[in-house]
Design a protein around this ligand. Sequence first.
Ligand code: ADP
Length: 251
Amino acid sequence: MRLANKVAIVTGGGSGFGEGIAQIFAKEGAKIVVADIDGKAAERVAQAIGAEGGAARAVTADVSKDADTKRMIAEAVDGFGRLDVLVNNAGVTHLNQPLVEVTEADFDRCMNVNVKALFWAARHAVPVMRAQGGGSILTVASTAGLRPRPGLVWYNTSKGAAITATKAMAVELAPEQIRVNCLCPVAGETPLLASFMGGDTPELRAKFKASVPMGRLSTPQDIARAALFYASDDSAFITGTALEVDGGRCI
Ligand code: ADP
């Protein structure tokens, strides 16, 4: 029980990586707020955790909105009494296309969900963690923020910003024992995959997998195990890092 007595919020917890993170955190004893813009998905994951004997509450929240993020943090504090771990996992991408063809609406959505959400989450979570004497903030960034593939310029840019925000928040919050780290996964079998590959055909999948030295995509378990390390006291002296979870340096 590496997260006994801890309370964690997982954004985008209704599917993919976020669902995997919420599940493993609950198994390790954390009480979970599953937050997702898709309220039904969040409810499904919270109920599944409850059915396994864990404690979870679902919140419908658009993490790019101040009021929703405030409500999400309040759900943890009012419902479970504290907030130890915040996982900023909710993410979106834009269509795989030349940078000049990306619409302003897609650009804004990418920046709002992948970057601005970190701003709102920090504004509401940090005062709570500060009052408790510390906490752990973990953002699911992407290898795209380190080694961009073509066709996703503004997505790549948003993930690069998320990595820099992690390092910047970490140095500022370290004296308060609030740790801030991020994961840089290679894509997994999630709805976002088609955007990364520029479509979804057997040929594109084979090519994409071949670009990962270990020869496969990431799974929610791969990401969740790394997230567990950052959420737990096993990483008590680690902050400002970007951990690649990518089967070897992929191009
Ligand atoms: P991955 O797991 O690869 O990040 P998914 O598409 O499976 O990709 O998961 C992303 C999750 O984030 C989805 O459950 C989606 O509903 C959620 N999400 C997307 N945008 C927002 C948002 N603005 N606020 C909260 N959750 C969001």
